[in-house]
Write a protein that binds this ligand. Structure first.
Ligand SMILES: Nc1nc2c(ncn2[C@@H]2O[C@H](COP(=O)(O)OP(=O)(O)OP(=O)(O)O)[C@@H](O)[C@H]2O)c(=O)[nH]1
Ligand SMILES: [Mg+2]
Length: 338
């Protein structure tokens, strides 16, 4: 067990904006470090009000549409007005082999020496079970570090990417001309999740058609889920930052709308519900695994095999014992320190 002072010290440094401390704490989150409960307690801020904390912007969309280029351009735009920015690049499928992420790192190098920019490719190595579980924890660290904006880029449009995007205050769906946008987007479910839509590569042919088709799909779709927010369709050429100032203006407008109308609070609530239940389930998994290492689960299994106990009642007993925090048997090792 590491010294308790380390958590306090690192959090103190992170609050001062020390990027090395921030990097270290995000690594703890990724690794599911044993200090996480203590860390999260140290990060909690009871004085926080609506609209406080970073503007968390999810950037999602099909592969190759220019999400990373756009993210990079957004960083430049926010930096130009003095905002400190964090970028989480999330690749749920392959954290280590992602050539795209490697490319991103190269592209982002222009910001690498900027103390106002934190960039991290998130991987899930810890016990939490997935990026959808660990991203909210990383966001707590970044909030404490005082970033004005956190950009979360997700690769691909699978369920987990959509979940990660769903942890954002504002979700930007990026598309590009000439990819049969309408049908593909509808299939991937991204017509439901966007607050803002961007047709990137507006220097390419077909941008008019793509934007029109997208507007049509958005109008045809189910009633606007985000209550009163008119979802804009913007155009950008991310590679030369054209349209990116307008995107920032639209992001600010969505943020202001969400703070004023209560949508931000609702999203944060939904996020906290997901986070708390994910943590509870992860704990339960850990404790069940501990029961597995001991003899208790095997005793229960023997009783089920022998017909002395049905599997449901065995499961209830296992749950009762694990959630009471007690060891199931002498051989079981309780986890957690609380
Ligand atoms: N013509 C043109 N090319 C662009 C634009 N934006 C990005 N690109 C190029 O499109 C390619 C893909 O860009 P990325 O930013 O890597 O796209 P991505 O969506 O992050 O890709 P994945 O992370 O692999 O899904 C690169 O070669 C970019 O240089 C643009 O506005 N116009
Ligand atoms: Mg990318």
């Amino acid at each position: 067990v590491r010294r308790a002072g380390t958590v306090t010290e690192l959090v103190g440094r992170a609050r001062q904006g020390d990027l090395r401390a921030v990097a270290r704490l995000v690594s703890w989150v990724e690794d599911g470090a044993e200090q996480l409960p203590e860390l999260m307690a140290a990060l909690a801020d009871p004085t926080r009000g609506d609209g406080d904390g970073p503007h968390i912007v999810g950037i999602t969309g099909p592969p190759g549409v220019g999400k990373s280029t756009l993210t990079n351009a957004l960083v430049g735009e926010y930096r130009a007005r003095g905002d400190r920015v964090a970028v989480l690049a999330v690749d749920p499928s392959s954290p280590f082999s992602g050539g795209a992420l490697l490319g991103d790192r190269v592209r982002m190098q222009q910001h690498a020496t900027d103390e106002g920019v934190f960039i991290r490719s998130m991987a899930a190595r810890g016990h939490l079970g997935g990026l959808a579980e660990s991203t909210p924890q990383a966001l707590h660290v970044l909030a404490a570090a005082g970033f004005a904006v956190v950009l979360i880029e997700t690769v691909g449009v699978g369920q987990s990417e959509i979940e990660v995007a769903g942890t954002a205050d504002t979700v930007v769906v990026v598309l590009a001309p000439g990819m049969g946008d309408g049908i593909q987007a509808a299939k991937a479910g991204i017509l439901e999740i966007g607050d803002l839509y961007v047709v990137n590569k507006a220097d390419r042919e077909g941008v008019e058609v793509a934007a029109r088709e997208l507007r049509r799909m958005l109008q045809l779709g189910a009633p606007v889920p985000s209550g009163g927010w008119e979802r804009p369709v913007l155009r950008t050429v991310a590679s030369d930052r054209a349209g990116v100032p307008e995107l920032v203006t639209a992001l600010d407008a969505h943020r202001a709308w969400a703070v004023g109308g209560g949508a931000l609070r609702a999203r944060r609530h939904a996020r906290a519900v997901d986070e708390v239940s994910a943590l509870a389930l992860a704990r339960l998994r850990d404790r069940t695994a501990d029961a597995d290492r001991g003899t208790a689960l095997h005793d229960l299994a023997d009783q089920v095999v022998a017909g002395q106990l049905d599997a449901y009642r065995a499961a209830e007993r296992l749950l009762a014992a694990t959630t009471a925090g007690g060891a199931l048997s002498a051989g079981a090792t309780p986890t957690g320190s609380s």
